[in-house]
Design a protein around this ligand. Sequence first.
Ligand SMILES: [Zn+2]
Ligand SMILES: [Zn+2]
Ligand SMILES: [Zn+2]
Ligand SMILES: [Zn+2]
Ligand SMILES: [Zn+2]
Ligand SMILES: [Zn+2]
Ligand SMILES: [Zn+2]
Length: 1761
Amino acid sequence: MADGGDAGAGSGVAAGASGGVPVQPQERAMWWDERVDFEAAFLQRLAKYVPSIYSSEMDPLLEKQDEMAQKIIFDPLEWYLFGENPDICLEKLRQSGASQLCGKVFKGGETTYSCRDCAIDPTCVLCMDCFQNSIHKNHRYKMHTSTGGGFCDCGDTEAWKTGPMCTNHEPGTANTTKENSECQLNEELMAQVKKMFPSIIKYFVDMTIWEEEKELPPVFMIREKTDHYYCVLFNDEHHSYDHVIYSLQRALGCELGEAQLHTTAIDKEGRRAVKEGPYVSCQEAKEEIKKHSENVSQRPLHVEVLHADVMAHQKFALRLGSWLNKLMSYSSDFRQIFCQICLKEETDSEKPCLISMLMLWDAKLHKGARKILHELIFSSFFMEMEYKKLFAIEFVKYYKPLQKEYISDDHDRSISVTALSVQMFTVPTLARHLIEEQNVITVITETLLEVLPEYLDKNEKFNFQGYSQDKLGRVYAVICDLKYILISKPPEWTDRLKVRFLEGFRSFLRILTCMQGMEEIQRQIGQHIEVDPDWEAAIAIQMQLKNILLMFQEWCACDEDLLLQAYKECHTAVMKCSTSSHSREKTVLQLCGHTLESKRYRVSVDPVSIHLPLSRTLAGLHVRLSKTGAISRLQEFVPSEQFQVELLVEYPLRCLVLVAQVAAEMWRRNGLSLISQVFYYQDVKCREEMYDKDIIMLQIGASLMDPNLFLLLILQRYELADAFKKIMPTKDQDLTKQYNMLIEEMLQVLIYVVGERYVPGVSAVTKEEITMREIIHLLCIEPMAHSAIAKSLPENENNETGLEKVINKVATFKKPGVSGHGVYELKDECMKEFNLFFYHYTKTQHSKAEHMQKKKRKQENRDEEALPPPPPPEFSPAFSNVVKVLNCDIMMHILRTILQRAVQLETHLWTEAMIQMVLHLLCLGLLEEKQQLEKAPEEQVTFDFYHKASRMGSSALNAQNIVMLLEKLKSVPQLEAQKDIISWILQMFDTVKRLREKSSLAVAATTSGSEATKGDETQSTQDKEKAERKRKAEAARLHRQKIMAQMSALQRNFIETHKLLYENTQETQGREDSVMDEESAPLAIDYSRIALGPKRGPSVIEKEVLTCILCQEEQEVRLDSAAMVLSACVQKSTALTQHRGKTLELSGDTFDPLFMDPDLSCGTHTGSCGHVMHAACWQKYFEAMQLNSRQRLHVEQIFDLENGEYLCPLCKSLCNTVIPIVPLQTQKINSEDAEAVAQILSLARWLQIVMARISGYNAKNTGGEKQNAPSSVSKGMGEFTSEFHSILSFGVQPSAKYSSSIKEMLVHFATTIYRVGLKVAPNEADPRIPMMTWSTCAFTIQCIENLLDDEGKSLFGSLQNRQHSGLKALVQFAAAQRTTSPQSLIQKHLIRLLAVLLPDLKVEDTPSILDVDMFHILVGVVLSFPSLYWEETVDLQPSSISSAYNHLYLFHLVTMAHITQILLTSATEFPIAQSQDDSEEAQTAESFCREFCQNTSGCFSHDVPGWHLWNCVKKGITPFLRCAALFFHYMLGVSPPEDLLLVSKEGEFQALCSYLSLPTNLFLLFKKYWGTVNPLFQRWCADPAVLSFLKGKNISIRYPRKRNNLIGLPEDYSSLLNQASQFRCPRSSDDERKHPVLCLFCGAMLCSQNTCCQELVNGEELGACTSHALHCGAGVCMFLKIRECKIVLIEGKTRGCLYPAPYLDEYGETDPGLKRGNPLHLCHERYRKLYLLWQQHCIIEEIARSQETNQIFFGFNWQLL
Ligand SMILES: [Zn+2]
Ligand SMILES: [Zn+2]
Ligand SMILES: [Zn+2]
Ligand SMILES: [Zn+2]
Ligand SMILES: [Zn+2]
Ligand SMILES: [Zn+2]
Ligand SMILES: [Zn+2]
């Protein structure tokens, strides 16, 4: 509607501006038509009007400009195009021509969805709408936040395996094409389009790429050139916001606000005019800005001086682009014609086509122009598959220059045209086409080869020292394109594809050649290196390349010839790199009769590099050769004489030695950079293409070399040959340690070479088996969360780990509790797969896993703790020779030497770890032999490990074989822990021996099969025995477990049933609760359980002895001793509000807190953690803290000492005050006296006396200090003055005498309540102090009652300990506080309170009974009533009997008022169903109601049935009665009836009534007192406010009040994201990214962390959340940051904390920040926990706790949230 109005108003403007042009658009169209040449007419019109439309660039009125452009140019254009009303025509088109592709372009921050089950690759995404309407909604989807510039793939059949389109984009549905789809435009229209588009597009292109600053094409220079210029500032990514603002202020001398405005616009649009005027002055401004910006940053800002007309046309061109963009969405024909024009190459011209021109110009355009250009490409080319292909071809044609432009550009990738590559390269058919026809792999790699040379050093290797991170980051984008192109493997290969691919591969090898051996390092000796070299760049490139390397290998493996060809190429490249090595010198190593001749090289001396991508690629291709069997043809491609396996092994081996030497701390002086590189070398992010491949290369070496020579080479390179030749007589401890470490490292690598076979090709394993093994080994360390496992597994090119497929085979899921996360536990049957020397374990993981597994085995009562390796899978044929390493001479020598050193106790020459590895190798050897023997006849098994190991190694006298050494080792005390494994090995020797003997026997005597079976039998009986033992142990374990479970269940039950006992005894031993008393002493049960009136039961008083948590001393709580205090926290609260969002008084300077509004909109809550201290101890503690903080001025505290905050010394809860503990005063009633008094003291009499007393006071007051009288009392009261003192005659007693220290604390606490509750400066003398005391007492009770009811707990008996002691102290304090204020003041308050109930008192401004909360009144009058007994000369208080009556009558009065309140407000709605209930209560109610009608002059309907009234009253009053029971119990200490201790609600009402001396039929109360109450009742109802309510003019609170809850959240998190995506900031209309935040109290959606929604509160800028919290939660609030999936708790302006949102993925994990993006579902338990946090008033506590643990949030400015 608003739009229409504006348009109407705007037409006048347009007409005015366009001068003599006809007003009607149709006419204009005709006017166009008179011209033959459309282009000329079009341009002329633009020349005429564009400069005037866009004339004011300094302060553009965007809407007005748009409107004028529409009226003057687009309307006629559209009329001309369609020949009729364009709106009608477009609507027709829209209905018929929508595309089946969604094509929505994402803005930064928008949520995108991908489907892990169906997406071809992770770059395929859906927009929110499409996702919600697609089948993927129920698949394993991922949510992500777009960085902007992406594109919804809905409808693209190549992007999805299933469900390529959502219901909206499915053909045949309502909003899309009908049968004759792709609606053909009629020919007339087509002709118009073909006529008009070329001119329009040409203008758009020409102006977009226009470079002249001062001139326009001649056709536009129709009038005389004015000297009107703009100084235009451009956006870049180098200058920060503040830099630009600063430069502008300096250069232009403008205000901060203006500079900010400019800067924001520049950041958003990309450019903006900052000054206008004649050329000279703009030029000056330009120089100034450049100069000033250069000062702050190295380079100047980009500024241009543009002529006003140039600026106008450029601006209009963009507007035209948007117009085209809109038009594109209507028809496929529009798009096709557009694309054709854009692609048309001018004949015999070198110039690229229009679209390529725009692409090539992209990097020169400003942000706003780029955005429009890219959107146009999306909406045209990308919506038509055929043209997308043609576009892609153009894109690849100019790929190199485009990327180069991008690399030197200073804008983000998301706004570069190069970012479009992902849209094309990931489409499988398109990728294949581009490879075949455009040779795109080679194009990309050559681009890399052209941009990387600046990093080449003299050896033609890359060297990234001193690189620019930004620039290199841009190079990654090119690498990424390579990944996109390779992401889907072609299903079939054409010859052309093979040729092109191989060409690309060759080119890629050239990049790898530059990396092979790059960034060599040399060991630093003596001096530490001065500067750590840059290593990140090289490692980062390695990471980027990891999956590309793997994909290349996979692509190669698709075809045997291709693989062999690629292998040959790669081999040649490796050889080229290897032979160029410097040293030609040779060394000779001899050991055990074997000789190795090798090149002289030492890792510890010569340069070494960790980067060997060529060697590793070759290793990768090698295992693929082995896997496919193509290895048999290798000879044809690489003749064996050229193969040179030693050279291939050399470099990876050096790398492994480097790792060993780093571990041995030999490279300490090379600094941290090396440590980091070694870390990444083995880390999951890199290891597949680094460490793993190096191990494979060693395995290749071991399989092709003589085993002895192989081991000699290893010894040589580890520089350990000497260590195994002779005993090194060294005294240098460091050196021995170093040697030992190196030996350990070498043994470990040998274990890996022989034992690690989990690679397809090395053995016949599948990918699933590999993943399973990785997971098993991770879970052997500890149970892990899904995300933790995923993080520890390598990701493939699609970011998948394959985890989900196998996890349930090896592990069981354990659900999380209310906190923490779900974990996977290893299945028991998988434990046997555990390999202690798993090659992906880090050192810590290794020892943790060992510890864990030993512990597990111990728990299961296994008789041994040995952890032998599981039998490894068999090597595939190409690798079968590797096992020969195990039984070769050198290996035997190594093993024997180490064992011998251990036996000879040459302590410094061996370590336990070393022995462990030797034993592991022995296990591997024996297992291998056993496996071979089991498979083949003995004589065919040449693997003779057993034989070699039991042979003497030398002829020396003391020579021993390995078996003998092992026997001796058993007695070495240091090796106690290895005993089990040694026994296991010895047993294994036996087994192998028997296998050997058995099979040889079997051969010798073919008939004696019995022997063999016997052997088997002994084996099996052994096994059986073992199994039996195990079974028994297992049974015993289960039994024990069962008993333990039973016991703990019993214990739990006991605790449950005796919870009270437990809680009470646990903490303070001296204190015994009154409730407790009864349970432990059921005999003394007989006293009355009535709290009020003459039948009042005795106070159960116990001697209270408390222990101070600070000094640990005990003290009895007494009136006259030093005060003890309870730590406490006072806070404002809206937890009970019935009127959320009501404007709260932010400062209480003038606020009158005496009456609580019945909506409880804001109260003051006092909570305690229940910890007791001496007042003196606490004061000392607090002072010490103050002193401490003063000394450390700059350390931020989490608590605000100024406001009395501190952390409880015991539990670290945040507190801001202490409650003094005041003992309960004993009150006993003599029942006879009580009876006597009852005779005289009726309610009427009591009222009379009270009135007399009050009017007496008033008389006195008005006589004395008139001006201070709060109220005027009617003269009619005068007659009671004679009875002024009669109140005293019913019993008085002296007031309690509190020790001075207690008094002091009473004042202190009361002042805190006042200060916090009203947000005012402390003032001990303020008259509102007692009011606040009563108020917090009442409010806190109401909060607790509400909570207990919500949790379904009993009123008494289920209070938490801290609630119990807090409440007790609070009520006692509230009763005692009166004594520290002037009694006349209390009296004044009392009179005002009573005036609500007793209208006769006629106090001004008394609210009607509908406008107050009755429980607050009750607490107030009961606590202030004793002030009536005060006499100036003596300090008196009512006696027990007096009190009993006072309480009774006050309570009855308030109750009757409350019933009236309920009837008036809550019993008005008529029930639909008729009930037959005709109880006594119903009858009384009905008759009472009749009275009621009369008194309300008929406003209250009398048709309401009695039973309904009764129901309403009963329901409505229960919370009040429960609160009253709590209050009187804690005040008087009278034991409550049993029924109130029970959870069941059945007897509750009756028990409440009995405890509070009420008839269960509450209406009888009125009957009983009718004479007295009737006049009161009439006055209540006659109150104007009540009458106006009854006439329906005001709304009021209904009873029972509704319980507050956190807002309902959807089950599925994506619907919240959906909500957020529709969020529009209420204050600004731009499309900038917003941070929508949801208030969980009220459901408001706020625009957080954004300047647009900041609010000025008391002179301070507050963010939307912070200012909302002030109203919604009195400063404390709970929000959900939707995009981040986090909960925010805030308090005030300075504090807050973040929490994961209560949403869990299927693995029981939260996902703060939506980093993993798994589907999330609401966890009700966790949400409930947040709710309780709120209702228990623990948010502040939680914030303090979290701030204490996560110190990082200090830096955050919560104020602006
Ligand atoms: Zn979509
Ligand atoms: Zn869709
Ligand atoms: Zn799916
Ligand atoms: Zn103490
Ligand atoms: Zn505490
Ligand atoms: Zn709110
Ligand atoms: Zn906003």
